[in-house]
Design a binder for this molecule. Structure first.
Ligand SMILES: [Zn+2]
Length: 450
């Protein structure tokens, strides 16, 4: 097991790193059924919704095993036509957003009191301004203060918007919110980004080529990972204003940025990279928009199931593994090698069960996103930093190395999870707005419960 640690595959990662800088060159990920964020859905016309539903069904048909190539080609053409039509229909809405987001839109879901507080706190708007004083429209001012309209419009209005945004994937300022709002992406941001970060950049094929996975005839690791990510997209709930699939996308991208730093590249393998990005996708799946304190205070079903211990984190990890075990076409986990040997291993060396390794790693990372453990994480990292600045520069070996790597990966995803305040201002403010609204909704719910 511990030899997994010794795969400091920095060269492979750098190779992939170069591939990433070339932009989005892979096939389009499979479309998914229409589950959208409520805010986006609110603005969709009936025709747009209908077109999205049809496109999702075409996407499902394209995923069918054994589909004749000619039929696949025709379906892909039909999907492309629908996407083009959707973009045309979406243009006026996107132009309106680009010109200045209405205050009503910005604070969608907030009651009047919450809206006033949010406007006062996060914008230059005067909540008390009367309609007669809006020669400089409020929407214009909201837009000026919390978004970058021209940049947003360019990204959203051009067909190549997805590729353009993905050029930033792996960089700290990747805009997950704009990405998740693109018409081509909005019901499947996790699938789309995951396909780019893992498949298009060659990480998954690297795992297959080097024997990390054993695929029976008719199954591909890449196909199952894509279906799994799509299922995660479906399981993130629209009612969670902050803890949405867009948030998971942001965590995946920020995790990727951490792992591309030389310090981490020297200490992690191809499998660690892949699993950390997947953990980012899994880490809040099914989040109900109510935090652990709420679950415990209300003795919710989840709190009863997990005995008040990291309630949501246990739920997210369990949900993700349930998907794997209940949906065979999503189950990439079972394809991981159970007797993995490195090239050049001595014949007597014990093979590694990668399924055990990965399950432990994923659970450790997801449970590590519980904010109640934040202080422990800080202390652990301080201790690690002290050790590394000591006299010895040798990397640890054996069990100590395994534990150190788990600690690093756990902290990377945890840091990515709470990185919003460090992001560029426009993104930071939008994440802040969302988390505030979610807390507000929770407070309202607590009041109703009492
Ligand atoms: Zn999270």
């Amino acid at each position: 097991m511990c030899r997994v640690l010794q795969l400091h595959d920095a060269r492979a990662l750098r190779k992939k790193d170069r591939a990433m800088s070339l932009g989005y060159g892979g096939d389009s990920p499979p479309a998914s059924p229409s589950r959208r964020e409520a805010a986006a859905n609110k603005h969709k016309g009936g025709v747009e919704r209908l077109m999205l539903s049809v496109r999702a069904k075409i996407g499902d048909a394209l995923d069918t095993d054994g589909l004749p190539q000619e039929a696949a080609q025709l379906l892909a053409e039909a999907e492309a036509l629908l996407r083009k039509g959707e973009q045309e229909l979406a243009k006026p809405r996107l132009e309106r957003i680009a010109a200045g987001i209405d205050a009503e839109d910005m604070f969608l879901g907030a009651d009047e009191h919450a809206k006033r507080y949010l406007m006062h706190t996060f914008t230059d708007l005067d909540p008390d301004a009367s309609a007669g004083h809006q020669a400089t429209s409020p929407s214009r001012r909201v837009s000026d203060s919390i978004s970058s309209p021209k940049a947003s419009a360019k990204k959203a209005l051009h067909a190549e918007g997805v590729a353009k945004l993905l050029e930033k994937a792996g960089h700290f300022d990747f805009d997950a919110l704009s990405f998740a709002a693109l018409p081509e992406v909005q019901d499947k941001p996790i699938t789309t980004l995951g396909t780019y970060l893992l498949s298009s950049c060659g990480y998954i094929s690297g795992l297959e080529e080097h024997g990390w996975v054993d695929c029976p005839p008719g199954a591909t690791f890449e196909g199952r990972v894509a279906r799994f990510l799509r299922e995660l997209d479906r399981r993130y709930l629209a009612k969670a204003i902050y803890h949405s699939s867009a948030h998971a996308t942001d965590v995946m991208a920020t995790t990727c940025w951490f792992l591309r730093q030389p310090y981490f590249m020297q200490r992690t393998s191809l499998l660690d990279y892949t699993m950390s990005v997947v953990a980012g996708a899994m880490h809040d799946v099914g989040h109900p928009g109510r935090n652990n304190e709420y679950q415990k205070a209300t003795m919710s079903e989840l709190a009863l199931t997990y005995n008040d211990q990291s309630v949501l984190e246990n739920f997210h990890a369990a949900t993700a593994f349930e998907i794997l075990t209940q949906k065979e076409d999503c189950n990439w986990f079972v394809l991981l090698s159970r007797d993995f040997r490195l090239d050049g291993d001595a014949p007597e060396a014990e093979p590694v069960n990668l399924q055990k390794y990965v399950r432990r790693l994923l659970i450790t990372i997801i449970l590590g996103t519980d904010m109640a453990k934040h202080r422990n994480h800080q202390n652990d990292m301080l201790k690690l930093a002290e050790e590394e600045t000591g006299s010895s520069t040798d990397l640890p070996h054996g069990q100590a190395a395994l534990e150190r790597k788990e600690l690093l990966l756990q902290n990377i995803v945890h840091a990515a999870d709470i990185s919003n305040p460090t992001k560029p201002r426009k993104m930071m403010l939008e994440w802040t707005r969302r988390i505030t609204l979610e807390f507000w909704a929770q407070a309202t719910s607590v009041s109703a419960h009492e």
